[in-house]
Design a protein around this ligand. Structure first.
Ligand code: FES
Length: 73
């Protein structure tokens, strides 16, 4: 899997953040509570937020595809 470290203090990769988003964490605070990202120096919080937004947007896009696929049958 191609992933990058988003939070260097706690060594949290983007795929870990994306997993937490899919499990219901939709804020930087919620992600931090679950995996520790953004809870030390705070320097990655913007990158954590961008990853959350990207995953939420991606999830909605996939859901839209599912609706479209269902509608076609
Ligand atoms: S880089 Fe994430 S808390 Fe410091």
């Amino acid at each position: 899997m191609n992933s990058v470290i988003v939070c260097h203090c706690v060594v949290v990769r983007d795929h870990e953040i994306r997993t937490e988003v899919r499990l219901g964490a939709d804020t930087v605070e919620a992600v931090g509570a679950r995996c520790g990202a953004g809870t030390v120096c705070g320097g990655c919080r913007e990158a954590v937020a961008e990853t959350i937004i990207d995953e939420v947007t991606r999830g909605r896009s996939l859901a839209d595809d599912g609706v479209a696929a269902t509608a076609r049958h």
